[in-house]
Write a protein that binds this ligand. Structure first.
Ligand code: CP
Length: 308
C-alpha cells in the first residue's frame, strides 16, 4: 500500500507527474468532477487546521467523492486512550483513503503500519508536512515556470517549522537551488536538516539574521509563523513572535519578480498592507493546495486499486 509520509516518498518524476496533473485539474475541473464517485476520504485531525483539512475535504468533494472524519483528538476515541494504529485499522473499514494530522512526530507513520488504505501525513509535529510542500512546489512552478535555478529565502521559525523542513527536502533535488536561511539564533534549522540534508548534499546555503540583508537576493521569500504551540515556555514565544515583520517599506528592497509565499496561518509576520502587492501569492497558494490534493488523492487511489 502506497502512503505519503514525506515529499521524499515521491521521485522527482512522480512529483512532476503529480504537479502536471494538478495543473490539468486547475484548467479542466469538469473532467475530474466524477473521478472519485463512490469513494470516501477520512480526515483524522488530532491538531487544529483550517487549510489542510478543509482543502482535503474540498478536494474530495470536487472529485465527486464523500468525506468523513474528526477535527480534534477530543472528539475522537483518542480521548479514551485509543492508539493511532488502532484508529487507522478501524478507519480502513469506513474509508478508501485517509489524511491524518498529529502533534507527535512519526504518528502518521505508525498509523500507516496497520492501515489497509493509503495514509497521507497532513503534518506531524515539527517534522514533515508533505502536502504543504506539494502545494508550495505547485505554486512556485506554476507562477515561476520552474523549480530549478532559484534562490529561496526561508524566514522565521526554521527550528520547529515542519513546512520548511519538508520544502528543503523536496527542493534540494532540483539543480541550482540555493537557500538563504533567515532566523534568530534560537530558531535556526535543526542540525539534522543542516548536516544530513544541506551539507550532506553539498547544497549552497547561508544563514542570516536580518531579513533586510536577504531580501535583494531572493527569487522566493517563504515566510513562516513563530508557532506558539511548539514552545515550551510562553516567555520565549513572546520574545520571538515579532522578530520578523514583512512590511510594504521593507519590500522595496526585494526584486520586482520575487514571490512571497506563506503556508498560513499568518499572525504578525506579514503586514496586511503587503497583501495587495502583486508579489504576495499566499492566498493563491492556498488555492493551489486544493488542486494538488485532488491530484494526490487520484494518484494514491489509482495505485491502491492496482495493488488490490
Ligand atoms: N498550512 C497549514 O497547514 O495550515 P493549517 O494549519 O490551517 O492546516
Amino acid at each position: 500500500m502506497r502512503h505519503l509520509m514525506s515529499p521524499m516518498d515521491l521521485s522527482v518524476e512522480e512529483l512532476d507527474e503529480l504537479l502536471d496533473l494538478a495543473n490539468d485539474i486547475e484548467k479542466n475541473p469538469q473532467k475530474y468532477a466524477h473521478a472519485c464517485e463512490g469513494k470516501k476520504l477520512a480526515t483524522c485531525f488530532y491538531e487544529p487546521s483550517t487549510r489542510t483539512r478543509l482543502s482535503f475535504e474540498a478536494a474530495m468533494l470536487n472529485l465527486g467523492g464523500q468525506i468523513l472524519g474528526f477535527s480534534s483528538a477530543d472528539s475522537s476515541s483518542a480521548a479514551k486512550g485509543e492508539s493511532v494504529a488502532d484508529t487507522l485499522s478501524v478507519i480502513s473499514c469506513y474509508a478508501d483513503i485517509c489524511a491524518i494530522r498529529h502533534p507527535k512526530e512519526g504518528a502518521p507513520l505508525v498509523a500507516s503500519s496497520r492501515s489497509k488504505i493509503p495514509v497521507i501525513n497532513a503534518g506531524d509535529g515539527g517534522h514533515q508536512h508533505p502536502t504543504q510542500t506539494l502545494t508550495d512546489l505547485l505554486t512556485i512552478r506554476s507562477l515561476k515556470g520552474r523549480l530549478s535555478n532559484m534562490t529561496i529565502g526561508l524566514c522565521g521559525d526554521l527550528k520547529f517549522g515542519r513546512t520548511v523542513h519538508s520544502l528543503i527536502n523536496a527542493l534540494i533535488r532540483y539543480e541550482g537551488v540555493k537557500f538563504v536561511l533567515i532566523s534568530p539564533d534560537e530558531l535556526k534549522v535543526p542540525d539534522y536538516v543542516k548536516n544530513d540534508v544541506l551539507l550532506e548534499n553539498n547544497i549552497d546555503f547561508e544563514e542570516v539574521i536580518r531579513l533586510e540583508d536577504a531580501l535583494p537576493k531572493l527569487d522566493i521569500l517563504y515566510m513562516t509563523r513563530v508557532q506558539r504551540e511548539r514552545f515550551f515556555n510562553e516567555e520565549d514565544y513572546i520574545r520571538m513572535k515579532d522578530f520578523y515583520i514583512l512590511t510594504k517599506s521593507k519590500l522595496r528592497l526585494a526584486r520586482k519578480d520575487m514571490l512571497i509565499l506563506h503556508p498560513l496561518p499568518r499572525v504578525n509576520e506579514i503586514s496586511v498592507d503587503v497583501d495587495d502587492d502583486p508579489r504576495a501569492v499566499y492566498f493563491k497558494q492556498a488555492q493551489y493546495g486544493v488542486y494538488v490534493r485532488m491530484a494526490l488523492i487520484l494518484t494514491l487511489l489509482k495505485e491502491a486499486e492496482k495493488d488490490a
